[in-house]
Design a protein around this ligand. Structure first.
Ligand code: Q0Z
Length: 299
């Protein structure tokens, strides 16, 4: 029958690599689904290290999946299944998800309740973040008087994301979608911050990626509320005026900067392989983040 194709079984050749990120890959599964695969690779100082962190991909995938479930009543999300489609390499098990293929909105949607990272740098330079004037006297880790939407452009790999104003977003996607993105991002932040607070964790900021269905519905996509996309701080150690200990990569960054590593993060030489103690400590932090936030044991 000309023009009729059978529902072909999915096999490795049926998965087309559509995007390879620093630590994750994205495959097309037919025309309207994607498989998002998180690796055990880790990045620091904008570099991908040679030494993987065992289980990192699975921990982050399952944390993200848990968050999608927690926020399911807030907005539609892109997750379809956590079962590994036939034909996928078995070692993807636990770190791959099948999701709806959306038309992504080219804005990194960030909400901040506390000042850190690029938000802090911008505030120090201008007193503003993304065109939003903040009160004087704020410092590294300060709680903001209200949650702010601080979108950035999606820069090509290697480049850095640039701040956008509300006006920039409206010019790009239209005023209605811009308002909806801001409201959605702030709502995700507020819900997640409340969930995290109940576990003794401050959510300083979070970045979400949003896509659209053909009918225009906004859908939360990509990874959600992982330590790679959000800043989580142990609430009992929060102390504005210094950089807050990062939940996941502190050991790694401290070691990479130490004389023991024999490496200069500012140099162009590749980072050294990680000692097993650093690998173990870093893995333990990811597992701890999962366990503390979800209240479930990692197994
Ligand atoms: C996500 C990314 C990478 C993983 C595109 N549901 C979706 N529909 C359409 N596109 C995407 C998604 Cl999640 C999409 N990314 C970012 C890059 C590995 C995720 F290399 N890009």
């Amino acid at each position: 029958m000309a023009g009729v194709t059978s529902a072909a079984p999915v096999h490795p050749d049926g998965l087309r690599l559509v995007h390879s990120g620093k630590v994750r890959e994205l495959y097309a599964l037919g025309d309207d689904r994607l498989v998002l695969v998180a690796s055990d690779r880790i990045s620091a100082f904008d570099r991908v290290l040679d030494t993987p962190i065992p289980d990192k991909g699975a921990v982050l995938t399952q944390l993200s999946t848990w968050w999608f479930d927690q926020l399911a009543d807030l907005a539609p999300h892109h997750l379809l299944s956590t079962a590994l489609p036939p034909g996928c390499p078995p070692d993807w098990s636990g770190r791959a998800v099948v999701c709806e293929r959306l038309t992504m909105i080219g804005v990194e949607c960030i909400a901040r309740g506390y000042l850190a990272g690029s938000g802090l740098a911008s505030y120090r330079a201008t007193g503003e973040v993304c065109g939003i004037r903040l009160p004087p006297g704020l410092t590294d880790g300060s709680r903001l008087p209200e949650v702010v939407f601080t979108p950035t452009t999606k820069a090509p790999v290697g480049a850095h994301d640039a701040e956008m104003t509300a006006r920039d977003v409206a010019d790009l996607v239209g005023a209605d979608v811009a308002r909806a993105l801001a409201a959605l991002t702030v709502a995700v932040y507020e819900r997640a911050a409340a969930v995290a607070a109940a576990r003794g964790i401050l959510l300083a900021d979070t970045k979400i990626e949003v896509g659209r269905r053909p009918d225009g519905t906004l859908v939360i996509a990509d990874e959600l509320l992982t330590p790679d996309s959000s800043r989580f701080w142990p609430a009992d150690r929060w102390q504005p005026g210094r950089s807050q200990p990062s939940y996941d990569k502190q050991f790694l960054r401290d070691w990479l900067r130490s004389p023991a590593a024999g490496w200069d993060p500012g140099s162009s030489t590749p980072p050294p392989p990680l000692p097993s103690a650093i690998v173990d400590a870093t893995r333990a932090r990811y597992v701890q983040a999962y366990e503390v936030l979800t209240g479930q044991r990692w197994s």
